[in-house]
Write a protein that binds this ligand. Sequence first.
Ligand code: SDX
Length: 429
Amino acid sequence: MSSNTTLTVDNKAVELAVNEGTIGPSVIDISKLYAQTGMFTYDPGFTSTAATESKITYIDGDKGVLLYRGYPIDQLAEHGDFLETCYLLLYGELPTAAQKADFDYRVTRHTMVHDQMNRFFTGFRRDAHPMAIMVACVGALSAFYHDSTDISDPHQRMIASMRMIAKMPTLAAMAYKYSIGQPFVYPQNDLDYTSNFLRMCFAVPAEEYKVNPVLSRALDRIFILHADHEQNASTSTVRLAGSSGANPFACIAAGIACLWGPAHGGANEAALKMLEEIGTPDRIPEFIARAKDKNDPFRLMGFGHRVYKNYDPRAKIMQKTTHEVLSELGIKDDPLLDVAMELEQIALKDDYFIEKKLYPNIDFYSGITLKAMGFPTSMFTVLFAVARTVGWIAQWSEMIEDPSQRIGRPRQLYTGPTERQYVTVAQRG
Ligand code: SDX
C-alpha cells in the first residue's frame, strides 16, 4: 500500500511516494529526489535508510523481535535445526519431511572441497588469523567451481548456494586444524551438519571421536541465532558486491571480510578478550568508567546495537545455551562467566547504558560458550561466518532475482577543493 507525502525544497513542493511494508516502518521513496530537486539525501551509516525491499528477516529493535520469514527466532532455535533454518531462509517456507531430507542430502554431498584447496593452506603462516584464511579460500572457490558462477542461471545459483553452505564448515575446520598443526579431517556423510563440523575440528587420526550430542545441539542452535539479520553491514556488503554481477563466492568473501571487524562479527572475539582483560568482578567499575569516557576509545564489546534498543532476543537464548554447555562440561564456576554476569548486572542499572539503550547483544555470551567448547578465540568470528553464510546467500539470491535490481552506486556530499590549475614542481615553492 502506498500514499504520498510532500517535501518542500527551495519553496518547491515535491511529491514523494510513501510505501508500507507488511510490518515495520514505512519508507519514503526518494529515488527521484535528485532528478526533481538536484539534491541528495545524506545519511552516513544508513541510520534512516532502507537500501532494499526484503521478505527474509524482520527486526523490531524496540520490542526485541527477530523473525526469519515470519517465524520468531526463539521458536526456530527451540524446535528446529540449522539446516531447517537454512531451507526456510532460502525458500521462504519450513520444509516438509521429504523436502528436509532432500535438502540435508544435497548439502551433505557438497561438504568436501577440491583437494587442491589444501595447497592454499601451506602458503599461510601457522599463526595466520583464520578469518584471513577464510576470506582467501572462500574467494578462491570461484577458481574451482566455474560451473556455478554464472549468476544469470538459476540452476547454477542454486548449486553455488549449496556449495557455500556445505563447504564453509569444511574450510573453517581446515583453518582451525592448520593453525594447530593437526591433519585435516574429512567430512563424514553419516553425521548431521553440526556434528560433522565438530568432528572435523576436534577429531584426530589417533583415536575414535565421539560427538557430544549436547554440544552439537548447542552449536547448532548458535548457528540458527547467527543465520541472518536483515541488512547488517556484512549482508549489505554482499548485496553491494553482488549488484555488480560478481560471482557468489567473491561476494561471500567480501561479506566475510566485513564481518571480521570488531564493531560487527569480530565483537565476539573482542568481547571475550575484554572479559579476560577485566579478569575479576572487582575490576568492572574501572572498565565501565572507561566505556563512558568520551576521550577513551574503549567500548564494552558485546554491548549495544544499531537496531536493538532493547535486549537482543538472541542474547537471551545465547545466555541459556551458555549455562547448558558449561553444565554439560561440568564447568561449575567459569571466572569469565562470573565477570560477564556481574558486568551485565552493573551495566543494566547504570544511567549511561540505560540512557543510550545499550544492552548485551548476541556477541556478549557467545565467546564464553565457544571457548568452553574448545574453540580458540580466533575461531569465534569464523563460526559466525559459517552460520551467516546462509543469510548472505538468501539475501544475495533475493537481490539477483529482483527484476528491478541495479548496481548499487551511492553519491556523496563533496567538501573538497574546487577546481584549480596544475602547477609545476618548480612553481610550488
Ligand atoms: C553485530 O547490524 C547487525 O545486525 C549486526 C549483528 C548481526 O547479527 O549482523 O547484530 C551482529 O555486529 C552485533 C554488534 C556487535 N558489536 C559490538 O558489540 C561492538 C560494541 N558495540 C558498538 O561498537 C556499537 O554499539 C555498535 C557498533 C554495535 C552500534 O553502533 P551505532 O549504532 O553506530 O551506535 P554508536 O556507535 O553511534 O553509539 C551510540 C552511543 C555513542 O555515544 P554518543 O556518541 O552518542 O555519546 O552509544 C555509545 C557510543 O559511544 N556506545 C557505547 C557502546 N556502543 C555504543 N558505549 C560503550 N560501549 C558500547 N559497547
